[in-house]
Design a protein around this ligand. Structure first.
Ligand code: NAD
Length: 259
């Protein structure tokens, strides 16, 4: 089987800086020969994304688009622009989440209506909006992946409203997998173990979460951006052609531990 992604184009949404999980995914897909399209929330991130993409070795014909996923028109326009520029895409990595920092500590009980809606809007609904806009571009079939976390399956201290949004994201992923399967578009989620990123900094006591992994996860170490990136490569490649609607844990096995 040819595992190269040469001749294929993938949209990577959510690179903020070199620590972003989306950047790990971009590097794995690039190494496999893919052409990359980056989208970022606002011009504040545009420069950093372009500079990072410039560091990719070898042929690099990446394209860049601003896309704030809270804006339906922006999403539709972005994918129309991508369609005009490249025609067909073969996959999309949705690596986007946001919740108010002051709701990622203390009790979930205190979640505000606004905070709940913001977290769900950006972290969950955006997958559905983006999948709908991307579908016409996946005329040769495709693979959509999103990033989730154990806090959507079980209670994780301080993860609070983001955990509830991840549960909604996981369910959305399965419904989308069912809708899009007949178009040969697969939809899956990677449940990553904790990785120190910009978003992770917002979660209270993040250092303690990492320490737990080192002490109790079967592999006794945190996972890396590269390991998540390589699983994304698998999900984008034909190796995973029979896999859809699945949550793959890349978390040093932590999710199997009972207490
Ligand atoms: P990150 O901060 O690098 O990435 C989050 C991205 O979301 C940023 O690029 C940010 O600009 C983008 N974003 C926020 N609001 C947006 C909007 N309105 N429109 C467009 N983009 C927007 O952090 P990360 O940890 O790489 O997060 C990527 C994904 O991985 C998230 O879904 C996160 O929940 C998930 N995840 C992270 C971890 C971890 O420990 N870091 C673990 C499991 C899952």
């Amino acid at each position: 089987m040819n595992l190269s992604l040469e001749g294929r184009t993938y949209v990577v949404m959510g690179v903020a800086n070199k620590r972003s999980i989306a950047w790990g995914i971009a590097r794995s897909l690039h190494e496999a020969g893919a052409r990359l399209i980056f989208t970022y929330a606002s011009e504040r991130f545009g420069k950093a994304v372009r500079e990072l993409a410039d560091t990719l070795e070898g042929e690099n014909n990446s394209l860049f688009y601003e896309c704030d996923v809270t804006n339906d028109e922006a999403i539709i326009q972005t994918f129309e622009n991508i369609q005009n520029d490249v025609g067909v895409i073969h996959g999309l990595a949705h690596c986007i989440a946001f919740a108010n920092r002051d709701e990622l500590k203390d009790e979930f009980l205190n979640t505000s209506r606004d905070g709940f809606l913001t977290a769900h809007n950006i972290s969950s609904y955006s997958l559905t909006a983006v999948a709908r806009a991307a579908k016409p571009l996946m005329s040769e079939g495709g693979s959509i992946i999103t990033m989730t976390y154990l806090g959507g399956e079980q209670v994780v201290q301080n993860y609070n409203v983001m955990g509830v949004a991840k549960a909604s994201l996981d369910a959305s992923m399965k419904y989308l997998a069912n809708d899009l399967g007949k178009h040969n578009i697969r939809v899956n989620a990677i449940s990553a173990g904790p990785i120190r990123t910009l978003s992770a900094k917002g979660v209270g006591d993040f250092n303690q979460i990492l320490q737990e992994i080192e002490e109790r996860a079967p592999l006794r170490r945190p996972v890396t951006q590269e390991e998540v990136g390589d699983t994304a490569y698998y999900l984008m490649s034909d190796l995973s052609r029979g896999v859809t609607g699945e949550v793959i844990h890349v978390d040093s096995g932590f999710n199997i531990i009972g207490y």
